[in-house]
Design a protein around this ligand. Structure first.
Ligand SMILES: [Zn+2]
Length: 266
């Protein structure tokens, strides 16, 4: 059993579409290898504010990262900063806004796209700045980081589901089929991670609406899934808030931290 953690953030994934279209993940639930907890995302239901929420446990109105154009470093301890300061290895294959929140702002593609610096909070990074960057390539980027650096904490953040939602809306074949495509990619690599004993969380920042956007309080914008896989999870019924996910990851990594945590999940 390992203390290593992989966090997958499938950007813009609505809960009911996750239930309908992630066939492999729902198969893992049926065979009692995964558990799904519904989460109501914090507000506003926007990406950068909720990246900060997921990684620091601080909701947007408290963090000050209240919309996507607030481009500055996080002012709170994050999974990355706590892990790095306590001698754990960190890595991320993710949108460049994560680099801006935890490494350096603003992002300079020529400097920051490929990051390998033990002094940074995200020590090993492969960042992208195109919303259509293929999920398939992104997951391969993440596999490179995992195999090459063997990080204790690895963030994997593909963007195609959110991008499809902005183009075609929640109730569209394009959006649903993009989710199905992510499920196929996950079905290829999850068995390897599970065999290696990782603790795995698969969630989203926010959902999607039929106006091809998100940001407000509609249930379809706020309800997202949290799938958990691994022996350190209780796999019992529990109430978990989006602000608890950071603390749960810190516990799994064995870090000293002051973050809120939903104990029932562990
Ligand atoms: Zn979006």
């Amino acid at each position: 059993m390992s203390n290593k953690v992989i966090l997958v953030v499938l950007d813009g994934l609505n809960l009911s579409v996750a239930r309908q279209c992630l066939g492999y993940l729902n198969g893992l639930i049926a065979s009692q290898q995964a558990t799904l907890y519904p989460i109501t995302c914090e507000l506003p239901s926007l990406s950068r504010p909720l990246y900060e929420c997921l990684l620091t446990g601080v909701c947007p109105v408290e963090s000050g990262i209240v919309h996507n154009q607030v481009n500055r470093l996080s002012q709170h301890e994050s999974v990355f900063s706590l892990a790095m300061q306590q001698g754990r290895k960190t890595a991320a294959a993710a949108y460049h806004w994560f680099s801006e929140l935890y490494n350096r702002s603003p992002y300079q593609p020529a400097e920051d796209r490929f990051t390998d610096n033990p002094a940074l909070h995200i020590q090993h990074g492969l960042f992208y700045h195109w919303d259509h960057y293929p999920d398939e390539a992104l997951f391969l980027d993440a596999e490179y980081l995992r195999r090459h650096y063997d990080p204790d904490f690895l963030l994997i953040h593909p963007m195609n589901i959110d991008d499809a939602g902005h183009q075609s809306g929640l109730d569209s074949a394009h959006y649903r089929n993009t989710v199905r495509q992510a499920d196929i990619i996950l079905s290829d690599i999850l068995p390897q991670w599970m065999a290696a004993g990782y603790q795995i969380l698969i969630t989203s920042d926010h959902g999607m609406n039929n106006d091809r956007s998100h940001g407000g309080t509609l249930i379809e914008e706020r309800e997202v899934p949290l799938f958990v896989i691994g022996e350190h999870f209780s796999h019992q019924q529990a109430q978990i808030d989006q602000t608890d996910i950071c603390g749960v990851i810190c516990e799994l990594l064995g870090l000293i931290h002051q973050k809120p945590i939903a104990r029932g999940i562990l």
